[in-house]
Design a protein around this ligand. Structure first.
Ligand code: PEP
Length: 243
C-alpha cells in the first residue's frame, strides 16, 4: 500500500479547504494499492466533513497533545482529534521540533496518547544540513527513532516519514540513492531494535510533480508527505498519479 499525505500546515480555512477537497475528489480516488490522506487545520476538517455530500476522504491532524483531556490551554487531545473523525495524526514534524521545542520526551508522550486512541501515527524524522554535510544523517535519524519508540508500541499503527530538514520548502532534495539508502537504514533499524519488518517509510521534502515519479520508484520509498505542493489541488493530484 502506497500513501500520499497532504500537510496543509496553517493554510486554507473553511471554504478554501472545502473547495480544494472537492477538486481533489473529482480527480483522484483511493484504491487497494494507494490512498491519499489530507491534514487540514483541525477546525477546517470538521467544516469540510460536514459539507461534503459523500464523506469518504481520509483525514488526519497535524499535531496531537501530549496530555489527556484537562487544563491545557490551547491544546487539542488525541481523543478530540479522533472525535472530529481523523484517522491519522502527524507527530515530530521538524517545524514543531524546532519552533515549539518538542523534544523526545514530548514526542514519546504524543505517540502514546495517539496510539491509546487508535489513531495512526505518521512520525517524522530527518537530519539537519550540518549532519548531512558531515555524513552523519544515518546516526542522526537512528537516534530520533530509538529515543521515542518502545517495543510495546502497536507498530501496525505507525508510519514513518523521512524529511531532511534542509529539504523542506527549499526545492532541494537529497540525491535519489541517498533517499533510498536512508529509507533502507530506517527499515533496518526498526527491524533490529523493535523487531518490526518492513515498516512503511514516506519521503517528504520538496516533492513536486516533476520529481515525484523518480522518488516514488525507489525501492524503499512507500509514498510521500507533501507540504507546499499539496496546497494546489492540481499539483497534489499530479503527484498522486505518479505513485
Ligand atoms: C513538509 O513540511 O512536511 C514538507 C514536506 O514540505 P514541502 O513539501 O513544502 O517541502
Amino acid at each position: 500500500m502506497k500513501l500520499l499525505v497532504a500537510n496543509w500546515k496553517m493554510n486554507k480555512s473553511f471554504n478554501d479547504g472545502l473547495r480544494a477537497i472537492k477538486s481533489i475528489k473529482k480527480k483522484i480516488k483511493n484504491d487497494r494499492k494507494k490512498k491519499y490522506i489530507i491534514l487540514p487545520p483541525l477546525q477546517s476538517t470538521l467544516y469540510i466533513k460536514k459539507n461534503l455530500i459523500k464523506d469518504d476522504v481520509i483525514f488526519g491532524s497535524q499535531d496531537c497533545s501530549q496530555f489527556k483531556n484537562g487544563a491545557y490551554t490551547g491544546d487539542i487531545s488525541a481523543e478530540m482529534i479522533k472525535k472530529v473523525g481523523c484517522k491519522y495524526t502527524l507527530i515530530g514534524h521538524s517545524e514543531r521540533r524546532i519552533m515549539y521545542n518538542e523534544n523526545n520526551k514530548v514526542l514519546r508522550n504524543k505517540i502514546k496518547r495517539a496510539l491509546e486512541q487508535k489513531l495512526k501515527v505518521i512520525f517524522c524524522v530527518g537530519e539537519t544540513l550540518i549532519s548531512y554535510k558531515q555524513n552523519k544523517s544515518s546516526q542522526f535519524i537512528i537516534r530520533q527513532l530509538i529515543n521515542v519508540f518502545d517495543k510495546s508500541d502497536n507498530f501496525k499503527n505507525i508510519i514513518l516519514a523521512y524529511e531532511p530538514i534542509w529539504a523542506i520548502g527549499t526545492s532541494v532534495t537529497p540525491k535519489m540513492n541517498e533517499i533510498d539508502n536512508i529509507h533502507h537504514t530506517i527499515k533496518k533499524t526498526m527491524k533490529k531494535k523493535f523487531n518490526i519488518l518492513n515498516i512503511p517509510v514516506l519521503y517528504g521534502g520538496s516533492v513536486k510533480p516533476t520529481n515525484a515519479a523518480e522518488i516514488f520508484s525507489l525501492k524503499n520509498v512507500d509514498g510521500g508527505l507533501i507540504g507546499g505542493a499539496s496546497l494546489i489541488a492540481s499539483e497534489f493530484c499530479k503527484i498522486y498519479d505518479t505513485l
